[in-house]
Design a protein around this ligand. Structure first.
Ligand code: UTP
Length: 260
């Protein structure tokens, strides 16, 4: 089913992180990691503690925060009450903003209000604060919000989620699923489209969505996907040390000469 991923040369499992301080990172904190069933306050605290550490070392951040289980509960409740997808998305956006408020409260240097104006991110970073966003536009996701922010800020995009990276198969279903350590933007888009064609439901082996992947691809934004639970691994990625996860980057090495 995923033959196109059987041939890649398997690089070392450890990836090289981003590097010098003073760099900007857009961190997309997936709702499925911080609100898997109920709100995981310990994990929110742990992630924010890592961001606080990294910020004090000179790294700059903008954040987007997802909705998780609460979002899905509210979306199905409004659906049951007769709402259309637009209204389901609007309530989803409200939940992402509530989660963003939790993150703001756990950060030392957050701008104190959840933002929706992307153009304010630069001035807030330059003023020594961390801008935090939830959802913005119905029909999109907080990963897409993070991608457009990364484009605006010329930043590295990091998605922290509930799996270790992007897989060739769904790791929840297939025991032979392998983490893809490195891939090009073209390949990311191909694997997302392939998985979208298989099922109407989002899949956990491709944690990013098509609008997000298109934005990452059009500006060749360097992207890391890694597990939110392992905050030491997140810190390593930002500091330019070896880390476990998927790096999406359009380098010659990642361009696999096969049809997509
Ligand atoms: P996300 O899908 O971004 O949250 O937003 P999530 O829980 O982090 O997703 P995972 O963990 O990556 O799977 C939740 C919902 O909020 C609405 C959509 O309905 C989306 O499914 N939303 C979010 C928007 O409509 N627009 C946005 O810009 C963001």
């Amino acid at each position: 089913m995923f033959e196109m991923f059987q041939n890649y040369n398997e690089p070392a499992q450890q990836q090289q992180g981003a590097g010098s301080s003073n760099q900007t990172f857009v961190l997309s904190i997936s709702g499925s990691s911080i609100v898997p069933d109920r709100i995981n306050t310990a994990l929110i605290g742990k992630i924010c503690n890592s961001i606080n550490n990294l910020y004090s070392e000179g790294y700059k951040f903008a954040l987007s925060v997802g909705g998780g289980r609460t979002c899905r509960d509210y979306a199905s409740a409004v659906k049951a009450l007769g709402s259309n997808r637009f209204l389901q998305d609007l309530i989803g956006i409200e939940i992402t903003r509530a989660n963003a408020m939790l993150v703001i409260n756990a950060l030392d240097r957050a701008f104190p209000v959840v933002l929706s104006d992307l153009l304010r991110a630069r001035e807030i970073i330059d003023a020594g604060k961390i801008p935090v966003y939830g959802g913005i536009i119905p029909g999109y996701t907080t990963d897409a919000v993070a991608a457009v922010l990364a484009e605006h800020l010329n930043a590295t995009f990091i998605n922290i989620t509930n799996v270790d990276g992007i897989y060739n198969l769904d790791p929840r279903i297939s025991r032979s699923a392998k983490l893809i350590p490195k891939m090009s933007h073209e390949k990311l888009l191909a694997v997302i489209m392939r998985s979208a064609g298989e099922s109407a439901e989002p899949s956990q082996h491709v944690v990013l969505d098509i609008p997000c992947a298109l934005l990452l691809k059009r500006s060749k934004i360097r992207t890391f996907v890694l597990n939110a639970e392992d905050t030491a691994n997140l810190e390593a990625a930002v500091r330019g040390q070896e880390f476990k996860g998927t790096v999406v980057e359009s380098t010659e090495e990642n361009e696999v000469p096969e049809e997509l």
